[in-house]
Write a protein of this length. Structure first.
Length: 261
DNA sequence: TTCCATGTTCCGCA
DNA sequence: TTGCGGAACATGGA
């Protein structure tokens, strides 16, 4: 379930479990997950080395390999990480790092929209992809966000979904952000006030931080979040009106027509 | 059985 | 030329 908060949890998971152990070998049960690298090349880049640090930008995770390139992980719609000691190999494993002492880190992905690769330098990757600022990075300033939004046309939902404007929001948390700022997902950028854009900026950071905190401590999201009411006909937590469902920017969208304008 | 899915990329059109 | 909207991708789970 990977948007920015989930990828941040994966980053912490790698930090907690998988650093500083020697990699004995890399297995690739399904090479279709690889992008621009072969299974033997991936093994050569990692074998005998250790993972030493992590870096995340939006939904992109980079894991530094000592004296080598960075391991790049993208989780697509169904990517997941699982650290385990012997026992069962996770069902949808696509790439498995075998550490010493029978420890393993599996990258799983049932639906194959994710990707595993090697990159020389995360900064270069981010620049080449022209990714927008990461909303939890200190460079995500209100003026930067406002200018990035104002440079675009179309509906606010579509624009917030673009990784070139802000890196890391996806369908769920765009809906959540718009819900909490009472902005209709179809509102054109040109019709947003500066105050609303400032509110969006604050709300994006707050929503993502709340999701990370709750996820980290294994708690449900607040009942005041739209995300806990994503079903047509559910009652809006703010006003009790029925939650509506529509396809906007090509994705299923939930919103409250009573107060999102 | 049928429908739906938290992402990204590519294609056609304006 | 640039940018937007929608389809395609591959597959499991409800």
């Amino acid at each position: 379930m990977p948007e920015l908060p989930e990828v941040e949890i994966y980053r912490r998971y790698v930090e907690k479990h998988a650093l500083r152990q020697r990699i004995e070998r890399v297995r690739v049960p399904d090479r279709r997950i690889l992008r621009g690298v072969t299974a033997p090349a991936l093994d050569r880049a990692l074998r005998g080395r250790r993972l030493v640090s992590t870096r995340r930008h939006g939904k992109h995770l980079f894991v530094q390999v000592e004296r080598s390139e960075w391991l790049y992980l993208h989780f697509g719609m169904t990517g997941d990480l699982h650290y385990y000691s012997d026992g069962e190999t996770p069902r949808f494993s696509k790439v498995i790092l075998d550490f010493t002492r029978n420890r393993h880190l599996a990258f799983e992905d049932a639906r194959l929209f994710g990707a595993v690769s090697l990159v020389h330098e995360p900064e270069e990757f981010i620049a080449r992809k022209r990714l927008g600022a990461d909303p939890l990075d200190e460079t995500f300033k209100p003026a930067l966000f406002r200018d990035a939004l104002r440079a675009r046309r179309g509906a606010i939902k579509a624009v917030l979904m673009s990784q070139l404007v802000v890196a890391g929001l996806g369908n769920l948390y765009v809906d959540e952000t718009l819900y909490q700022t009472s902005i209709h997902p179809l509102r054109p950028i040109a019709k947003l006030t500066d105050a609303e854009i400032a509110s969006l900026h604050r709300t994006i950071k707050r929503v993502l931080n709340v999701v990370i905190e709750r996820n980290e401590s294994n708690r449900d999201l607040p009942r005041s979040f739209l995300t806990t009411h994503r079903a047509e006909g559910e009652s809006c937590p703010k006003c009790g009106a029925p939650i509506l469902r529509a396809v906007i920017a090509g994705r299923t969208t939930y919103y409250c027509d009573a107060h999102q304008r």
